[in-house]
Design a protein around this ligand. Sequence first.
Ligand SMILES: C[S@@+](CC[C@H](N)C(=O)[O-])C[C@H]1O[C@@H](n2cnc3c(N)ncnc32)[C@H](O)[C@@H]1O
Length: 237
Amino acid sequence: MSGEILQLQPRLHCIAACVPQGARLADIGTDHGYLPVWLLQNGKIDFAIASDINAAPLEHARRTAQRYGVAARMDFRLCAGLDGIAPEEADTVAIAGMGGETIVAILQAAPWLRQSDRTLLLQPMTKAELLRPWLAENGYCIRQEHLVRDKGNIYAVMVVHPGNSAAPTAAEAWCGAGLLHDPLYGDYARSRVRKLESAAAGLRSARSADSALLASLESDACALRKKIKEWEDANGT
Ligand SMILES: C[S@@+](CC[C@H](N)C(=O)[O-])C[C@H]1O[C@@H](n2cnc3c(N)ncnc32)[C@H](O)[C@@H]1O
């Protein structure tokens, strides 16, 4: 058994904190395997499945597990999404560090995730504004959402369960419905407005701008600026 303890970066630490004690975890797109290895080392889980669509990252995860002495308590699966994982094998599924569209595609390909209560921990690197409405339209409910700052960026971590939820407003799609009390909300929301504004500016300068898309970006930016103003007034900032 290795005596070395893995140090986790804030983004992964935030996800780890959302994993229920004793969970049967599947980490999809594990890459380096840091999340399951840290959870095993810290006694939060007893066993984990680490999967990846690519062989090299999965090998990386295997090496991390060996280095930190937890390889015997992990299973490594080379597969797309949850294709190589049976429903009874995992009650908690982490899908982190990927684009929102990839996360949606992985969830679409595994409709059994909705069939019994299961915890999904989703952390999109991009397109969270697509993921949130998709979850509401497809039988999932975001029970909690957290923001975490890591190397200058702010990431949203979603704790999702099967269940009904109302469709998010435009401001909620971009910034989450449950994040208003998060200390990072103001910085997160302002960075999301800047993203919308720069996408709209890019479209305006294009020769053949998609006018419907431009109108939608401008309307979302307007809704979000209004929400930020309300939040600033309520928080005295
Ligand atoms: C940037 S890494 C994220 C690693 C880790 N989950 C994290 O959050 O730090 C993304 C990983 O997802 C894997 N990946 C991408 N699409 C996938 C899919 N459809 N199914 C499984 N793994 C996928 C990639 O091979 C890569 O190793």
